[in-house]
Design a protein. Structure first.
Ligand code: PMP
Length: 303
């Protein structure tokens, strides 16, 4: 990763190296951070941040769950996202706003200061070069997602990603492109850092928010675009074997975008390559950025 020059930290633009936290920061010990991942795309009318306000609303929602008072407004965080991309002269970029319990007090319920940063850097395809076209081989993880009455999956909190690391690292160690986790019910949940869509007879099926998953903004984007294109979308619980039996399968997220899955646990999915519905969804999604899909939703926020 090539670090950029500037970062937004507690209300100011600073040099990357100067945005430091103390080793005794609460978040380092207890996972008490909340964050977002947002992409900025190049479009025919200039760079635009995708669903900026929706992402940062989720940042505040995650903070609310953990009783963290972010000492800035939503509008200030949105403005910081714009500012840090511009200061770094980036056009195609990933944005990482985050808030964390900093230094001050000790113990789980300590009322620490809430520090806030917005980092940005260039990022290509998250799961590797060429995967958007070729697809990946995935596996079901031996690790399950957390039960709903343990850690809320609906918060995008740092601590949740201990689970994601176990799933992703196991998959890579075993030679797979990504891992998929089951919920504590034994039913399908989501990928290590991505939501799932399965295609049966031309209809899209995605696992519900009750299946221990993050309610992804890309997932919502796909549901909206697909329904507006006349496709059927169903949110439903699905057992593991449907991963092997569906006609097409893909994962989605801000980082992973729309990544086709060509096999799961060594079983070929459909024709073993991105199918027509997956390609249609990719076209609709990437069309938002190259001008083929009209943004009638107000999702593109020009820099
Ligand atoms: N699930 C998890 C666990 C994630 O980390 C992400 C990425 N933020 C997603 C799903 C997809 O969410 P989004 O489309 O909002 O990026």
């Amino acid at each position: 990763m090539q670090y950029p020059e500037w970062i937004w930290h507690n209300g100011e633009i600073k040099r990357w190296a100067d945005a430091t936290a103390h080793v005794m920061s609460h978040a380092l010990h207890y996972g008490s951070s909340v964050f977002e991942g947002i992409r900025c795309y190049e479009t025919p009318s200039g760079p635009a941040i995708f669903r900026l306000n929706d992402h940062n609303k989720r940042l505040f929602a995650s903070a609310k769950i953990y009783e963290m008072q972010i000492p800035y407004t939503l509008e200030q965080i949105n403005a910081a996202c714009h500012e840090v991309i511009k200061r770094n002269g980036l056009t195609k970029a990933y944005l990482r706003p985050f808030a964390y319990r900093g230094l001050g007090g000790f113990g789980l319920s300590a009322e620490t200061p809430i520090d806030v940063s917005v980092a940005t850097w260039f990022m290509g395809p998250y799961l590797g070069d060429g995967v958007l076209e070729a697809g990946i081989d995935a596996c079901v993880s031996s690790w399950q997602r957390f039960a709903p009455n343990t850690i809320p999956a609906g918060a995008k909190a740092g601590g949740n990603y201990l689970s994601g690391q176990l799933v992703a690292r196991e998959a890579r160690r075993l030679g797979f492109g990504e891992g998929i986790a089951l919920a504590s019910t034994g039913l399908l949940s989501e990928g290590a850092g991505e939501n799932l869509f399965l295609v049966f007879d031309g209809a899209l099926h995605t696992t519900p928010v009750s299946a221990a998953l993050l309610n992804g903004i890309t997932r919502n984007t796909i549901i909206t675009l697909a329904r507006d294109a006349g496709l059927t979308v169903v949110e439903r619980d699905l057992p593991r074997e449907y991963l092997y039996l569906c006609d097409e399968l893909f994962m989605c997220g801000t980082a992973a975008e729309i990544t086709p899955i060509r096999s799961v646990d060594g079983r070929q999915v459909g024709a073993g390559k991105p199918g027509p519905v997956t390609r249609q969804i990719q076209d609709l999604f990437f069309g938002l950025f190259d001008g083929r899909t009209r943004d009638t939703y107000g999702w593109l926020d020009p820099l």
